[in-house]
Design a protein around this ligand. Structure first.
Ligand code: KG4
Ligand code: ZN
Length: 342
């Protein structure tokens, strides 16, 4: 009988639970999204998110166990995302995980959400993908890592202001396209000209492995509403102009992400690139990364959509942690930032 672990993920606005076997087979991966709850606010409201996790988590765990065809007594460990994320949301998952670990007498593993996004590529590939460069592009993060092995990732650089997904969300709001921004901007961009507007590509020609999307977002606003921006009704922007703005914005984000991945690969001499996070669902980004990987003869691993966005299965990295004795004490706490407090 394979050993099984239950993974719990509540770091942002998805309540998720998964059952994963030691050989990394995913027996179930249940995700309950809160998008409908946050849509009318144009972004995730932390208090609303934690309250929704409270009502959703136990039913989601139940379904995950049922889908996997197992009971709590068959589990060998409990993994939970403890950082980074929204503190109130993380606390819901951690409290549930601690309770299960304590009552069942199981080891508890504290997983880093961002490292999980990269590990999703390992899960998808079904083979070792390390050493690699890892890019995590989500609503909250745009981080480049050097990943010599499955554990011990080194942060090479991140965004100095907005995350790439956040920029998608804000530009979507400016264009009146709705929330979350990524999919709707991508859709509008299908009918647009990516060269219609010349938007800035921060640090493109510089060696630093950092990102900045705030200036790009402001440039889109100035293009729509003038400088200084006047009040405007997004519904009055002509459809073609919306599409051209969306396509030109998306092209700027994609150019920067691809260039920085190439730079990191060269700087660290890595031959594999793993990309995760919600923005990795973007079709134009996927195509551009694929073309770069071919030119540079790089092995590109991007998880399928269901594993790119937040889900508990990516916490499968907990098996690697267990194998090296990295369990957490029952007084482990959540951390909003990237690095877990000891
Ligand atoms: O990783 P994720 O599910 O949640 C966290 O932020 O951790 O990522 C969500 C982000 C949102 O900002 C959303 O707009 C973006 O991923 N996103 C996309 C696409 N689908 C989702 N961005 C660009 N293109 C997409 N197709
Ligand atoms: Zn995420």
């Amino acid at each position: 009988m394979k050993r099984l672990l239950l993974a719990i993920e509540t770091s942002c606005d998805e309540t998720s639970a998964a059952v994963i076997a030691e050989d990394l087979t995913v027996l179930s991966n249940v995700v309950s999204s809160q998008i409908d709850l946050h849509e009318r606010f144009g972004g995730v409201v932390p208090e609303v998110a934690s309250r929704a996790h409270l009502t959703q988590l136990l039913p989601v765990v139940d379904v995950a166990l049922r889908d996997a065809g197992v009971t709590l007594s068959q589990l060998a460990a409990v993994a939970v995302v403890t950082h980074p994320g929204l503190v109130g949301s993380l606390l819901v998952g951690l409290t549930a995980a601690k309770t299960l670990a304590l009552t069942l007498g199981l080891p508890l593993v504290a997983v880093n959400h961002i490292e999980g996004h990269i590990y999703a590529c390992r899960l998808h590939a079904g083979r070792d993908v390390f050493p690699a460069i890892g890019l995590v592009v989500s609503g909250g993060h745009t981080n480049l890592y050097d990943c010599p092995s499955a554990l011990g990732f080194e942060l090479l650089g991140s965004t100095i202001d907005d995350a790439a997904g956040e920029a998608f969300d804000k530009v979507a709001a400016m264009l009146g396209l709705g929330y979350p921004g990524g999919p709707v901007v991508q859709k509008a961009a299908e009918y647009g000209n990516p060269q219609a507007y010349k938007f800035p590509r921060s640090f493109l020609k510089e060696e630093r492995l950092e990102f900045s999307f705030s200036g790009l977002k402001t440039s889109v606003l100035y293009e729509i509403a003038g400088k200084p921006p006047r009040d405007y009704d997004p519904k009055e922007i002509p459809r073609q102009r919306v599409s051209d703005l969306a396509a030109s914005f998306q092209a700027a984000v994609v150019d920067v992400l691809v260039a920085k991945c190439r730079q990191a690969l060269r700087a660290k001499g890595r031959r594999t690139l793993c990309v995760g996070g919600g923005v990795a669902a973007n079709a134009v980004l996927r195509t551009a990364l694929g073309a770069m990987a071919e030119r540079e003869q790089i092995d590109l691993v991007i998880a399928p959509l269901a594993l790119c966005t937040d889900n508990a299965a990516m916490s499968a990295v907990a098996w690697e942690m267990l194998a090296t004795g990295q369990t957490a004490a029952l007084d482990v706490d959540v951390t909003a930032g990237l690095v877990r407090k000891r």
